[in-house]
Every structure is written in C-alpha cells, then in structure tokens.
Design a protein around this ligand. Structure first.
Ligand code: HEM
Ligand code: HEM
Length: 278
C-alpha cells in the first residue's frame, strides 16, 4: 500500500476520536443528565444521542472504511461485503432504536413529534440509509444481479453512502445544539456552563471523526486492489462481482491502459456470459 504510514496515522486518529466521542456522550448522559433507562422519561431520551453516536456515526464510519484495511485484503471480497453490510445493518438498528427512544419519550411527555428541522432531516437520513442498505444487498449480495448493473450503480452507492454519513453527522450537531438550548436553564447555554463546553467539544470530536473517515474513504491509492476481485470472479464461476473494476482501471498508469482494455473486454465477456446463463 502507498503511504502506509500516513494511512496508519489517519486510521489511528479516526479510531481515537471515535472512541473519545463515545466516552464523551456516555459521560454527558451519565454525569450531567439523568442517566439511561427505558421508562418513558428523560433517561429514555438519553438513549437517543448515545445510540446515534455509537451506532449511526461510529459503526457507520468503520463500515465505510472496512474495505480499506490492508490486513483484510487477503480475505475474500464476499467476506468483506458481509462485514460491510453487517456493520451498516447494525448501525441502522442502533439508529432505529434511537428513534423509538425519542418518539416514546415525546409521546409520554406530550411533546409534539416531528416539528423541528433536526427531526425532518434525521428521519429522512434514517429512511434513505435503510434504502441504501436494501439496494446494497440487492446489488452486491444477490448473485443474480448482472455485473454490469453492479458496476453502473457503484458510483451512486459510494456517493450516497458518503453523503449520508456527512448528513448524519450534521443532523447530530443540530440535535446536540437543540438539546443544549432546551435543557440548560440556570445557567443558560449562552453563559457557557461546563456542560455546554463539554458537549460543544463532543460536537468537534464528531466533526473530526467524520473528516478523517471521509479522508480515508476518498484516497484512491488506499483502495482495495481489484485484480484480486477479478481473480476471485474468474475462479468463483461468476459468484463474485467486479464492482471495483471501473475505479480500479482508472487508477492504472497510461502504460497499463492496453492491458486494461484487455481486462475490460474480458470482464464484459464475463458479464455477457452471466446474462446468458441467468
Ligand atoms: C428529536 C433524529 C441525533 C437531540 C429527533 C427526532 C428525530 C431525530 C426523527 C424527532 C422525534 C419526535 O418528533 O418525536 C435524529 C437522528 C440523529 C439524531 C437521525 C442522528 C444523526 C441527535 C443527537 C442529539 C439529538 C446526537 C443530541 C442530544 C434531539 C432532540 C430531539 C430530537 C433534543 C427533540 C426535539 C426535536 O424533535 O427536534 N431526533 N436525531 N438528536 N433529537 Fe435527534
Ligand atoms: C463501497 C457505503 C451498504 C456493498 C461503499 C463505499 C461506501 C459505502 C461509502 C465506498 C468505500 C470505499 O471506497 O472504500 C455504504 C452505506 C451502506 C452500504 C452507507 C448502508 C447504508 C452496502 C451493502 C452492500 C454494499 C448492504 C452489500 C454487500 C459495497 C461494495 C462496495 C461498497 C461491494 C465496493 C467496495 C470496493 O470498492 O472494493 N459502500 N454501503 N454496501 N459497498 Fe457499501
């Protein structure tokens, strides 16, 4: 891998900022707030930020960069897809439970639902994330999906995955700010009590975690090598896919372009065979 040291620094920093953010959100609800419980009260609301930070942000971030870990490059692509999909599914479950907690709390306390921009964007993000999961499984785990569809859909999958990840962090920042404004009364938020400063730092940690994940996920030189994917596809009778062929081809040098064309032709041939046999 190119710039392996730089990769290690970025990865360790992302893991460290992610862990510290989880500790901060736990300390916030356990020390400054009412703790955690499932009783329809304020302690039930507290599951909302805890599950969002641990699941919807941290687990999703790890799911996004899991293909980039060089230690996993000897694992089969299918195994990595299952890990990527499994972590994303877990993140989705955390997000849904976090929503149940806040709706349950609102209903118990007679607080109206879905009145804020935070709640609109948040619900939209969870629904679109669910759609991304279903389309991801349909495209990349169901073996009958033609490889040409998989390749064509991949840029959209990556773009919408990164957009969703960024949006989820923004929605969390809105939620954090709302909660501080609502709950800090005496002293108020604008008087910068220790809780306000502490939770503002949590927001900063989430932004830095997000920035590092996005950096790792957008370096083309840190992508999982795709010749392996082609190899797996050949030796697996078409059960695997070649979804990364296009981006991988674009990474090759000009000198490789002839060989590249040959590989592309072979892949198209495989696609045709797949379409004929299915
Ligand atoms: C409410 C989603 C993160 C604080 C809500 C509601 C949704 C939602 C859909 C509306 C519930 C209802 O109307 O009954 C999300 C999503 C998040 C997220 C998808 C992840 C990105 C956070 C975080 C906090 C937070 C980290 C920090 C404490 C609040 C507050 C409310 C709320 C105070 C009640 C006020 C309101 O409806 O805007 N959230 N939230 N949220 N959320 Fe979040
Ligand atoms: C790649 C996001 C679900 C299969 C990616 C990438 C992102 C992403 C950002 C680019 C990673 C990179 O370039 O290293 C998401 C999100 C999901 C989701 C947010 C859920 C909401 C799924 C599911 C599958 C899947 C369920 C099914 C297996 C893939 C594949 C790649 C990929 C095959 C290409 C990996 C490569 O370039 O080698 N996903 N994904 N994704 N995803 Fe997903």
């Amino acid at each position: 891998m190119e710039d392996f040291k730089q990769f290690l620094v970025a990865l360790s920093a992302a893991a460290a900022f992610g862990f510290v953010a989880i500790i901060f959100v736990l300390r916030w609800v356990l020390n400054y707030k009412e703790g955690l419980a499932w009783d329809g009260g304020a302690a039930e609301f507290n599951w909302h930020p805890v599950l969002v930070v641990t699941g919807f942000i941290f687990l999703q971030g790890i799911a996004i960069i899991v293909y980039r870990l060089p230690w996993t490059w000897q694992c089969s692509k299918l195994m990595m897809k299952l890990i990527h999909a499994g972590l994303n599914l877990l993140a989705f479950i955390f997000a849904v439970v976090s929503l149940v907690a806040v709706f349950d709390f609102h209903n118990g306390a007679n607080i109206p639902n879905m009145y804020s921009l935070h709640s609109w964007l948040g619900l939209m993000a969870v629904i679109l994330y669910g759609l991304q999961l279903v389309l991801g499984v349909g495209m990349y785990l169901i073996p009958i999906t033609p490889a040409s569809w998989r390749a064509a859909f991949m840029p959209l999958h990556v773009y919408s995955g990164l957009l969703l990840f960024g949006s989820v962090i923004s929605v969390a920042l809105m939620g954090i700010t709302e909660k501080l404004i609502f709950s800090l009364k005496n002293p108020m938020y604008k008087e910068s009590p220790p809780e306000a400063i502490f939770v503002n730092v949590l927001g900063l940690l989430l932004v830095i975690f997000g920035a590092l994940i996005l950096w790792i996920a957008t370096r083309t030189s840190w992508k999982r090598p795709s010749d392996q994917i082609l190899h797996t596809r050949h030796t697996n009778g078409g059960a695997e896919d070649n979804t990364s062929v296009e981006p991988a081809l674009s990474q090759l040098s000009a000198a490789d372009s002839e060989a590249c064309g040959e590989v592309r032709k072979r892949v198209n041939k495989l696609d045709d065979q797949e379409l004929i046999t299915k």
